[in-house]
Design a protein around this ligand. Structure first.
Ligand SMILES: *Cc1c(COP(=O)(O)O)cnc(C)c1O
Length: 442
């Protein structure tokens, strides 16, 4: 009977020569462990080397790899949400590879404020007095509540006690901020009188939270943000509005339902508004905080502001993206460009994908969703390629494990590829992956 070789001997096999010592040893150890835990007779040397080689190929590659998003969800959180415009990506690459003037005051040469790069742009685009950016919107919500609401009564409608995802639950975060949460109204209906009652009983903050990831229909209702803000102000209370998506454009122009913009939230009277950088803004991960100057001063000087500080890469990408909006070039932001593509152009790409598949494929209509906690249940029409195979699960996995990863979705036993969010180069890459598919899968 064969005996398993030592890790050291296997790691020195000539077949593994091209890998680093670290990868060779890790792959050899994993290969030996795999055969050992399988029990059974020891494998021949070639089998062991073949497995070690396969494992080394996997280990040598970064886990963050390029992917082609044909999933039908534009802002796919699993795929990193928004992709940046080339000019914003270039700024990120520049900031990554070089020293950059994030905190150098150009006048004095002394220590500046990294927020300056985006503050002016956000003030211009939202009409707010002041702006701060942090790591992401979850951090923005934490920071704003911690710095402005501690020891105060905070009114939140029961219809807005949402879970955004993971362990981010609005009522928990409010309580965690050291304030007293006052639940207002009912899940389906909250009235202005409900808010009035909370304000009469001593609440000095009205918090609003966008229902980003679900819809409510039927016997539902709540006062508008403007009515709520007017009421709160008549009691000398603050209004804080967690918008979720930091949208800056009129979404109805893209055939989507109306989404309140940061600008509208500010002009509706909210004292502080929070939004995400990588949802409907189409920028890098970031949390935007805009609002009254006196309040933002308090936010800026809270110790948590340092913990949530935005890094230079995101800052560079966000500045470039905001600049595109300020210059009236939103149509160059990949998110909006993909939604503006004509159905005929999308259909041509769907046909190219279907034609590249070595088996039977159809082209059919579907809906591209926005994702990233925006427009639950809504989307824009698209054309997709539907691939038939022996096993849709195996085909989906083979595409996912190709280089680049091609991400589709299964519906009714077909693997569907939606080209709407993809750029021309993505389609070319996906076509090449489809042509190389193992015929065994078909
Ligand atoms: C998405 C979302 C958040 C969290 O935003 P991130 O940028 O993902 O941290 C917070 N609040 C609402 C209402 C959201 O939709």
């Amino acid at each position: 009977m064969n005996r398993l070789p030592s890790v050291d001997r296997l790691s020195r096999s000539p077949e593994l020569e091209k890998f680093s010592p670290r990868t060779r040893v890790a792959a050899a150890r994993a290969a030996i462990d795999e055969f050992r835990s399988a029990g059974g007779p020891a494998p021949g040397p070639e089998d062991l080397v073949r497995l070690a080689l396969e494992l080394a190929e996997g280990l040598a590659n970064p886990l963050v790899r390029p992917a082609v998003n044909l999933s039908g969800v534009v802002l796919h959180t699993g795929l990193g949400r928004a992709r940046l415009a080339p000019e914003a990506a270039a700024q990120v690459a520049m900031a990554a590879a070089r020293s950059v003037t994030v905190e150098i005051d150009p006048e004095t040469g002394g220590r500046g404020d990294r927020q300056e790069a985006v503050r002016g742009l956000l003030v211009e685009l939202t009409g707010a007095e002041d702006a701060i950016v942090v790591n992401n919107c979850a951090a923005a919500v934490h920071l704003v509540l911690r710095s402005l609401t501690a020891q105060r009564g905070v009114a939140l409608s029961r219809g807005q006690m949402v879970e955004i995802g993971g362990s981010f639950r609005m009522p928990d975060i409010v309580r965690d901020s050291g304030c007293a949460l006052v639940e207002v109204g009912c899940t389906n209906r909250t009235s202005l009188d409900d808010y009035r009652e909370a304000l009469e009983s001593g609440c000095s903050v009205v918090l609003r939270c966008h229902r980003s990831n679900f819809t409510m229909t039927g016997f539902v209702g709540e006062p508008s943000a403007k009515e709520t803000a007017e009421l709160a102000h008549s009691y000398g209370a603050l209004t804080i509005d967690d918008l979720g998506s930091g949208c800056l454009v009129d979404t109805t122009r893209y055939g989507l339902p109306k989404e309140r913009t940061l600008h509208e939230a500010v002009s509706d009277g909210a004292d502080v508004v929070m939004g995400s950088g990588d949802k409907l803004l189409g920028g890098p991960q970031a949390g935007l905080i805009v609002g009254r100057r006196d309040l933002l001063r308090q936010v800026r000087t809270h110790p948590l502001a340092r913990a949530f500080r935005i890094d230079k890469l995101c800052l560079a990408g966000l500045e470039a993206t905001l600049r595109m909006y300020a210059e009236g070039r939103e149509s160059d932001v990949p998110l909006w460009r993909s939604l503006a593509r004509s159905l005929a152009a999308v259909k041509r790409d769907a046909r190219r994908l279907a034609d590249a598949f070595p088996g039977r494929a159809v082209v059919g209509q579907g809906t591209t969703e926005l994702g990233g906690g925006s427009f639950p249940g809504a989307g824009v029409p698209t054309w997709r390629a539907g691939l038939e195979s022996r096993s849709a699960v195996s085909l989906l996995a083979a595409l996912r494990n190709s280089r680049p990863a091609v991400i589709g979705r299964i519906e009714k036993d077909l693997v569907w590829l939606d080209p709407r969010p993809a750029e021309a180069e993505d389609i070319q890459e996906a076509v090449a992956v489809l042509r190389r598919l193992d015929p065994e899968l078909l």
